[in-house]
Unconditional design. Structure first.
Length: 79
């Protein structure tokens, strides 16, 4: 299965937030699935962090790619 993670799903997964449903957790942890994060989500995270509406443990430029790599999430460009 191919799955696109929206911004909240990506952030909640990385924060181990209880708002993430068990179904979504199963999809993300199933190594047979291909996971994607849209460039739009990356932009949204960067904008919210820049405006002080989101706090991350490191800059978005470091946080996003490191978490994507850690969880085998592929970048989905806007075309």
């Amino acid at each position: 299965m191919k799955a696109i993670l929206d911004t909240h799903t990506f952030l909640w997964w990385n924060a181990n937030d209880s708002q993430l449903s068990e179904l979504v957790r199963k999809i993300i942890t199933d190594s047979q699935n291909q996971l994607f994060l849209s460039a739009a989500s990356s932009w949204e995270i960067a904008i919210k962090t820049g405006r002080g509406r989101l706090t991350l443990p490191e800059s978005p430029e470091a946080y996003i790619p490191s978490r994507m790599s850690l969880h085998r999430i592929q970048a989905l460009p806007i075309q």
